[in-house]
Design a binder for this molecule. Structure first.
Ligand code: ARG
Length: 722
């Protein structure tokens, strides 16, 4: 699951008492502290030591797992810095190298030598060097400081701790908070920025099943791509240079082609982005009742308008497909999450847990009022929640508006350096803007979003420009008025059409130039802080501050309540381990899903010429010849499998590792029946969907003919029986 950058809601998850029945295995554990889970891991089939997982004295598994671009996970699989990750993690890089003439997204690509590998500007990977608990240092620094200054001080002290820790080294560092500010860890890592694309299957394999199959099991997707880390002559991070060499890692994963069975140990090691497991019942109610349905509606508008244009010609499809895929991924996510929160009665479960919490907290002055305070905070905020969603997912979802708002924010600071930085940033993003600009779709989306806001948000919350538009040229039909407004902006603003924007930026515009621009004038109305102040009073900021304070207290209470039990913190894009087993499940009464799918199932879904279910010709040929190379088993080829591990967005591409520390698959998705998982982990239904290494290698080797890549790997096959 690739990490989304949108706001995800939060919850109440507790109790990590291990059950003896093998069910989904909740918990995203901190590698440095994994010793606490070790006995349980051993019981479930883990054969290595805690030191093999995380060590600062010798090479350990952590050295083979990287944060891939900050939004996914990758694993090192050769002594030459080869990385496996998901296809949907490499998608943007692959699409950026694709043109109608050299269409590697549709046709696939395999570098047959280092010189054919394609550098990806902007992409990086981070290796964790070490981590350290710095809670005491942070707490000491904020002692006696007033509540409203704490957050800023913590931020400042965290940065200081990190910069002190990396002084004189080439490492980077940051401090992250855990349990909503009840614990702090320092992370030191090594960042490599010369990352090159080594190969990818055609997207008919890498994204087989498309949005129809996305977030669902049984699945048949070859969701992998291959990259390589490059380093300077000294094997240290270096900016892109032809002279750079493949990086020699401290550790790489051997790749198993032995196969798996129900109940086998499996562990996922990676960088889960964000969970909201401690979200209260009030938060769940707001998400299912208001916020998530609005996100789905607003994304639907964008997807429909883009799809119409993408279907018209290949160049447009290639330009828009990466952004389209990201929007579509979380469009379906919010549909599934809402459906499962309701089906699994998460609101009721949380209410029950809160009642139980309240009786524990009764008589404890610090905590006794918590639940009531949450209720009051949500009640005050609720009338404005929808409007806020429309700002973030609606107004600011149009790229040029977001850019213009960024300029307006800089102008507001009245600081020449900030203004220059904002202009430079915009100038640097021009190629990307140009690529994903689509006059017809963008204008359609702009109009529809203005109209939806007008129709869906109470009139007394409308920003002033609505009233002004209405006065000037209202024609009874808001959409036609907004269309006229859009035409006016598109014709007269220098910030919208890429050719005009380029020329405008090249002229190094002054604040005055901007202020004369109608697109800029529109954007000024949408500066989030101003918009909130004018339209919602302090309801939103008060809520954010109040909620942060309540969350911190709530977690403090839960840590106290669960003293002696293991309790993991919410995901926060730091390295975690989740362990469990390859495990089947029953989605509903009378049905049991297998742990694996096979290539026979891929062929059963095959629809020639379809946008989601087509297959390459050489795939069909190899299938018909049953040419599975060394990767087949029982006359077929395993494609995907499921395990009961606990993952979320950001874990995409994570290694799935067996009890011996060998790679058996890449995690790439979650299942429909447990889409509520980021808010409440369901022990019965939650599964991780993985692509089997044997399918990955078959695609590389038999279909791609990239023997050079196979030769780099350390393959682990069955030891023949004596
Ligand atoms: N659901 C997957 C995840 O979040 C992404 C799958 C991408 N495929 C797609 N059809 N959009 O990691």
């Amino acid at each position: 699951m690739k990490k989304s950058n949108v706001f995800v809601a939060f919850f109440l998850g507790l109790a990590l008492i291990f059950s003896t029945v093998v069910k989904a295995d909740e918990g995203m554990w901190i590698p440095m502290l994994i010793g606490k889970n070790y006995e349980q891991m051993k019981k479930q089939g883990f054969k290595l030591t805690p030191e093999d997982l995380y060590s600062i004295n010798k090479a350990s598994l952590k050295d083979a797992v990287v944060s891939f671009g900050g939004f996914c996970t990758g694993e090192i699989v050769s002594k030459n810095g080869l990385i496996f990750t998901n296809h949907h993690c490499g998608y943007d890089a692959i699409a950026s190298y694709s043109t109608p003439q050299n269409n590697i997204l549709d046709n696939g690509f395999w570098a047959k030598s280092y010189s054919e590998e394609k550098p990806v500007p902007g992409l990086f990977v981070n290796f964790l060097v070490r981590m350290e608990d710095v809670t005491e240092k942070i707490n000491a620094a904020v002692k006696g400081i007033s509540e409203d200054q704490k957050a800023a001080r913590i931020d400042e002290v965290g940065k200081q701790i990190a910069s002190d820790a990396v002084k004189g080294t080439k490492y980077d560092g940051f401090v992250r908070d855990f349990y909503k500010g009840n614990q702090y860890f320092l992370y030191i890592f090594q960042k490599f920025t010369d990352i090159r694309l080594v190969g990818n299957p055609p997207q008919s394999i890498g994204k087989f099943g498309g949005d129809t199959d996305n977030w669902e099991w049984p699945r048949h997707t070859g969701d992998f791509s291959v990259f390589r880390v490059y380093a300077g002559q000294d094997n240290k991070p270096a900016g892109y240079s032809q002279a750079n060499k493949p990086y020699t890692p401290k550790k790489f994963l051997p790749v198993s082609v032995k196969g798996l069975k129900n109940g086998d140990f499996s562990m996922v090691y990676g960088f889960p982005g964000r969970t909201d497991r401690f979200l209260t019942s009030y938060g769940v109610k707001l998400a299912t009742g208001k916020v998530s349905p609005a996100i789905v509606k607003l994304r639907d508008i964008r997807l429909k308008a883009w799809k119409e244009e993408m279907d018209k010609d290949v160049a447009t499809r290639l330009n828009l497909s990466s952004t389209y895929a990201n929007i579509a991924n979380y469009w379906k996510y919010y549909i599934g999450q809402t459906e499962q929160l309701k089906r699994l009665k998460i609101y009721e479960q949380k209410q029950k847990a809160e009642t139980e919490f309240s009786s524990w907290a009764a008589g404890k002055p610090e905590y006794a009022q918590l639940t009531d305070e949450y209720r009051a905070a949500y009640a005050a905020y609720e009338p404005f929640a929808l409007e806020r969603t429309y700002i973030n997912e609606g107004f600011l979802a149009t790229a040029w508006v977001k850019q213009a708002v960024a300029l307006a924010l800089a102008v507001q600071k009245a600081d020449t350096a900030a203004f220059k930085a904002a202009k430079d940033k915009l100038a640097a993003s021009l190629p990307e803007y140009e690529e994903s600009y689509n006059a017809i779709a963008d204008k359609k989306i702009f109009v529809k979003i203005l109209a939806s806001f007008y129709n869906d948000i109470p009139k007394n919350q409308h920003p002033k420009f609505y009233t002004i538009l209405a006065q000037d040229n209202w024609q009874g039909n808001p959409e036609s008025t907004f269309r006229k407004f859009a035409d006016h902006l598109w014709d007269n603003s220098k910030l919208i059409r890429p050719d005009k924007l380029k020329a405008f930026m090249a002229s190094d515009p002054s604040v005055k130039d901007l202020e004369n621009d109608p697109g800029y004038q529109y954007a000024v109305n949408l500066i989030p802080a101003d918009f909130i102040k004018i339209n919602m009073g302090s309801a939103v900021t008060d809520f954010d501050n109040k909620k942060a304070a309540l969350d911190k207290l709530y977690l403090k209470a839960l840590l106290e309540k669960n003293k002696g039990k293991l309790m993991y913190p919410d995901a926060n894009s730091t390295m975690r381990i989740t362990y469990g087993n390859v495990q089947n499940y029953s989605p509903k009464d009378g049905i049991t899903y297998n742990i694996v799918t096979t290539i026979d199932g891929v062929m059963q879904k095959y629809v020639p010429g379809d946008a989601e279910f087509d297959l390459p010709k050489n795939f069909i040929d190899a299938y018909n010849a049953r040419n599975f190379g060394q990767y087949g088993q029982n006359g077929t080829l395993v494609v995907n499998f499921i395990s009961n591990n606990d993952i979320t967005g950001g874990n995409s591409g994570s290694p799935v590792i067996n009890g011996k520390g060998e790679l058996i698959g890449l995690a790439f998705d979650g299942n429909w029946e447990a889409m509520s998982g980021d808010i409440a982990f369901d022990k019965q239904y939650k599964r991780t969907i993985c692509v089997d290494t044997r399918y990955v290698l078959w695609c590389i080797d038999v279909l791609g003919g990239a023997k050079n890549i196979i030769a780099e790997l350390d393959l682990r096959k069955d030891v023949p029986a004596k």
